[in-house]
Ligand binder design. Sequence first.
Ligand code: OAD
Length: 412
Amino acid sequence: MSEADGNGGGGVEPGGSLRRSVTPRPIPAAPPPGADPDAEAEGGSEEDSDMELLRNLLARTLGLGTEPPERVLDELSLAGIARFMQSERCRRVVCMVGAGISTAAGIPDFRSPGTGLYANLGRYELPYPEAIFDISYFKQHPEPFFALAKELLPGQLKPTVCHYFMRLLKEKGLLLRCYTQNIDTLERVAGLQPEELVEAHGTFQTAHCLRSSCRHQYDLSWVKEKIFSSLVPKCDKCQSVVKPDIVFFGENLPSRFFSLLQSDFQKVDLLIIMGTSLQVQPFASLVSRVPASTPRLLINKEKTGQSDVFMSLMGFGCGMDFDSDKAYRDVAWLGDCDEGCLALAELLGWKKELQELVRKEHAAIDAVAAPEDTSSASGGDPTSRRGRTDGSGGRAESSGASSEQRGDGKEP
Ligand code: OAD
């Protein structure tokens, strides 16, 4: 991935890897049909990507093949989005989400000033905050990551209203896919099935030995046991470090990300973006992959993903435009994600259903967690940032038991 604003001091990695760069690069083509879908990512070559970029730039500059996009919203507002969702035209919704949808569950986001993870890593004495998720740094110094993982591991957390709003979208037959940058697995706990998800930055659910000749797989409970004993997990077979399958800066995104986005983003009728600063590539550039007439709704505390003059000149003019007199399809609802989802649910006539779903699911999580207590499962430091309450009265820690109980804790 990369950071679109260029902070963080990292280099630009080739096409499909997680990177922090100034300019979004085109996403490589999907792997050829028949390619092993579980193989490590790499779509097209960098030359293919550069050709695609050149073609797009030329087409835009010369105005080739570009008709004025159709305006499908009757109003650029949440109400306009709700009316569109109730129309025949809206059959496939894609959600793109980030850390902001899980803050209400007690998990800090990354970049919020003061409370974000990157502002609170002082004790690890890192060369720069993102180093904690940088694969080169990790290979030399795995300890800071595992110390942090002790706090960040999926524990007894409850999905938020926002997660359950996506579950409702699925139940209404509208959810084509949820693309998440989060590694907390709360989408699964909320009831989204692996096939409905693209965990673009990986997941804690599985882990692998780092040695390329070994790559032995371990499960979450094995890793948890080591981490909660304050040990760096070492492979039983070869004693190399074992890394959870989350995507670090400098690593490739899962091949599933590249293969599914090709078709999903061609046929999506509505894109809903929630709780993300859209600072990290290649994920952030997905907003520009939807058809020109597809409405894009941002539900976030701040406006993100807007196009700027430089990007437009470079041919990357597809960032969102909420405010200019040319705006025709982008809507920003600014505020808390849960509140935004409730407001949209109300306009859709789903609010009671959503509230009831949250109540029922949280009660089920509490019921599973209660007999186990929090002692062994949480492993969490009760004073850590994870210990915030989730607003439903329940403590926001858990063993992930609900996802295991559902039997949906598999790798996609
Ligand atoms: P960020 O921390 O960059 O952005 C979170 C966004 O959510 C910000 O715009 C916040 O203002 C907003 N936000 C926070 N809480 C909210 C709430 N309750 N309601 C509404 N908005 C809220 O997190 P991401 O965009 O997810 O990668 O970060 C992307 C990637 O950067 C992460 O996946 C992570 C990180 O480096 C890895 O570590 C692999």
